[in-house]
Design a protein around this ligand. Structure first.
Ligand SMILES: Nc1ncnc2c1ncn2[C@@H]1O[C@H](COP(=O)(O)OP(=O)(O)OP(=O)(O)O)[C@@H](O)[C@H]1O
Ligand SMILES: [Mg+2]
Length: 360
């Protein structure tokens, strides 16, 4: 996969951008606040249908304007087009001129993997951050995952609404308990499998890229036991919901379910979040994201576009060199940096106050 062309209109600090983009490593450099992150945010936005740094899409529209547009031509087996129009009221996404009814239809079309400075906190942050990573990975790797997840969220919402009633309709509660089984079974299976495969890739990537010695373990944390048969899983979940009934009614919320899932990464049996240095946290998080890239390559035979925002400056020389070596294995990479980096064979773009200038 690769971006061939990018057009922006009134996106953040870019009034107008119209650029061709090459394969290989693209360095986006420029002063602080010139617009480097904004540029890669636009590329990532068309991939996910949302920003990697805000949930408020209106922030993406250039101040004093009513709407913004990101048009991107990408190559994945053939030329394709993604077009996003943002207004203060909402967004509309077109793929090859066909309007998407749901953002989930973007899954698997144009895959980007983004690493930002905040990812140093991937293992320390709240579980929702890790679930977000897991959900993006699962939805790009398993068709149907996102539907299972949204069905689950629907039933969960209805169950929680019921728990807020003065008098609980017990029969309805049982119906909702039942409605939470199949989708959770599928979600858990996907998450479990992905984490197993990521663990294997992560060990290889850490060896290849870093000077960290030791065995990495990735442990999936789920409120329910993992079962091979859905019948056993069903029994386990219903038992737990029965046990939790009084507590759920008192809390007016569902205490257990995949909405609490998490995963923990260990280096030689010690939690990376607690014991590893900041640099090691960053390296292992970066390795995890690259491992996800390896899974994409392996499973859907596509090269995801890698976006590294402000990462190089945080790495020592030796890790910078190794990272560049690893990145040459990808079809297309975007790296932002405040400095004009001296790396052989890369394409350079300088950003000066919302203007993109090709420099080689
Ligand atoms: N909606 C908007 N309209 C106009 N300008 C905006 C909007 N949103 C953000 N900006 C401005 O865009 C500028 C560039 O932001 P960006 O985060 O891309 O900079 P950067 O080059 O990545 O900087 P750094 O090196 O500090 O990371 C900022 O000055 C910010 O105020
Ligand atoms: Mg930035």
């Amino acid at each position: 996969m690769r971006v061939n062309h990018l057009n922006l209109i009134n996106f953040r600090n870019y009034q107008k951008v119209n650029i061709d983009i090459d394969n290989g490593i693209n360095l986006i450099y420029g002063d602080n606040a010139s617009g480097k992150t904004n540029l890669v945010e636009a590329i990532s936005f068309v991939s996910l249908g949302k920003s990697f740094r805000t949930n408020d899409d209106s922030k993406l529209i250039m101040h004093q304007n009513e709407n913004a547009r990101i048009e991107l031509e990408y190559f994945s087996k053939k030329k394709n087009y993604l077009d996003v129009i943002l207004t203060k009221e909402g967004k509309t996404v077109y793929h090859n001129d066909i309007k998407l009814e749901r953002l989930s239809e973007l899954n698997g079309l144009f895959i980007t993997i983004t690493f930002t400075p905040e990812d140093v906190l991937l293992f320390k942050d709240s579980p929702s951050v890790r679930r977000k990573f897991l959900n993006i990975a699962c939805s790009n790797l398993y068709r149907g995952y996102i539907k299972q997840l949204s069905d689950y969220k629907n039933v969960l919402k209805q169950r929680n609404a019921l728990l807020k009633d003065e008098i609980i309709d017990e029969r309805l509660l049982e119906i909702f308990n039942d409605g939470m089984i199949d989708n959770q079974y599928q979600i858990i299976s996907c998450r479990y499998q992905i984490l197993k495969r990521l663990e294997e890739k992560l060990n290889l990537m850490v060896k290849k890229f870093t000077n960290i010695n030791g065995m990495i373990k990735v442990k999936y944390q789920c409120d329910f036991d993992l079962y091979d048969s859905i019948a056993d899983f069903r029994k386990n979940v219903l038992d737990i919901y029965n046990q939790d009934k009084e507590q759920d009614i008192k809390r007016k919320a569902t205490s257990r379910g995949v909405h609490h899932d998490d995963f923990t990464v260990y280096l030689d049996s010690k939690e990376v979040a607690d014991f590893a240095s900041q640099g090691q946290n960053r390296l292992i998080a970066l390795c995890l994201k690259l491992s996800y890239g390896e899974l994409i390559k392996e499973q859907i035979n596509e090269n995801p576009v890698i976006i590294l925002d402000d990462v190089l400056s945080e790495l020592d020389n030796q890790h910078q060199k190794k990272l560049i070596d690893i990145l040459t294995e990808y079809e297309q990479v975007f790296i932002t940096s405040a400095e004009d980096e001296n790396i052989e064979g890369i394409n350079k773009y300088q950003i000066i106050d919302g203007t993109v200038l090709r420099r080689n």
